[in-house]
Design a protein around this ligand. Structure first.
Ligand SMILES: Cc1cc2ncn([C@H]3O[C@H](COP(=O)(O)O)[C@@H](O)[C@H]3O)c2cc1C
Ligand SMILES: O=C(O)c1cccnc1
Length: 347
């Protein structure tokens, strides 16, 4: 399915782009007055191959959850059990992202792609566990190639199913205590930026923990000699990072916009870009996470985030917050009158 997905990722449709640009110029507003929303709507027309492109609703959020062997190294103050406990919280509707999702009318699916603990079956929870947590990336490759490919496949299938069920936009979410460490390692590996510059405070760590985290990320990246994106993901990534990579790639193949959340999504987006540079055309950066690596990754991908509120939570919160902005940008092309139709005089 990966090869088929990569082959299906095509450039934006020039005709739809030209039609959307021409339409923007006829709508009852000064040209360019909607700033980044105009370029976004034009790009989404190119992605859909239609002008106007579909309004990105209903939208679906998939939260990929996994645990991390590197937790052993003391890179986060939170116990590993919190991953499974937060999964239960998502399923019960009690997390921040659930409140945001209810506000924005977004459906939430939780996917266990690698939680260490066994989870009770529940509505809205998909058991797609590839492995009960990764190995410690500071000691050995976090995953085998086969596990990485299997997790990518999980993400592709979730995207496929959500779109088949009617989703017109896919949103990324993550849960995995310690997962800002593999995120930083992936970002340093793919962008070649200094590990210290992309390793942040995660959930909020003291300077001693941060120094340890920087050392872990640095040694993992220095010891990494892989060139192949799958091998890089396997060596220093996580199961949710691999699943998110597949999810993003499948969205691009289906020509459905994929709203990226924070640093975990941004690191997976780098892997998706390395596998299929054209996939970036389907990506919308929901927000600018406070994690420094997120800005480095988005800059590398030339994506400008829509929202910048200092969030550093994950779960998909920044993607959900951005959805109404994306929907508004597209709705303009559907609903706003033209100068001619409304009888408004030109300058
Ligand atoms: C209660 C709680 C809820 C969360 N929701 C998302 N994260 C976020 O924090 C974790 C990454 O940060 P680090 O690498 O510092 O461990 C991930 O699980 C991420 O989704 C949470 C973290 C906690 C503690
Ligand atoms: O950028 C994020 O999504 C993020 C930041 C800190 C902790 N967890 C997630």
């Amino acid at each position: 399915m990966l090869n088929e997905t990569l082959a299906a990722i095509r450039p934006l449709d020039d005709e739809a782009i030209a039609a959307a640009r021409a339409l923007q110029a006829r709508l009852t507003k000064p040209m360019g007055s909607l700033g980044a929303l105009e370029t976004l709507a034009v790009r989404l027309a190119g992605l859909a191959g239609a002008c106007p492109p579909p309004i990105p609703q209903p939208a679906a959020l998939a939260i990929f959850a996994g645990d991390h062997g590197v937790h052993e190294q003391g890179v986060t103050p939170w116990p590993q059990e919190v991953t499974a406990q937060m999964v239960a919280n998502f399923v019960a509707g009690g997390a921040v992202v659930n409140a945001f999702a209810r506000q924005a009318g977004v459906g939430v699916t939780v996917v266990d792609v690698g939680v260490k603990a066994g989870l009770d079956p529940a509505d809205g929870l998909l058991d797609r566990k590839v492995r009960a947590g990764t190995r410690d990336l500071s000691v050995e490759p976090a995953m085998t190639r086969a596990e990485t490919l299997q997790a990518i496949e999980v993400g592709m299938r979730v995207a496929e199913d959500l779109v088949r069920q009617g989703a017109r936009a896919l949103l990324t979410g993550d849960m995995g205590i310690a997962n800002t460490t593999p995120s930083a390692a992936l970002i340093a590996a793919f962008t070649h930026v200094d590990p210290a510059a992309v390793t942040g405070l995660g959930t909020g760590i003291d300077s001693e923990t941060h120094a340890r985290k920087v050392a872990v990320v640095t040694s993992a990246v220095v010891g990494l000699h892989a060139e192949d994106p799958i091998d890089i993901l396997a060596a220093v990534g996580g199961l949710e990072h691999a699943a998110l990579t597949g999810y993003i790639l499948r969205a691009a193949a289906l020509r459905v916009p994929v709203l990226l959340d924070g640093v975990i999504a941004a690191s997976a987006a780098l892997a998706a870009h390395a596998l299929a540079p054209g996939s970036v055309a389907a990506m919308v950066a929901g927000h600018r996470s406070a994690e420094p690596g997120a800005s480095v990754a988005l800059g590398y991908l030339e994506l400008e985030p829509l929202v910048d509120l200092g969030l550093r939570l994950g779960e998909g919160t920044g993607a959900v917050l951005a959805l109404p902005i994306v929907a508004s940008a597209v709705r303009v092309l559907h609903e706003v009158a033209t100068f001619d139709s409304a009888g408004v005089a030109h300058k």
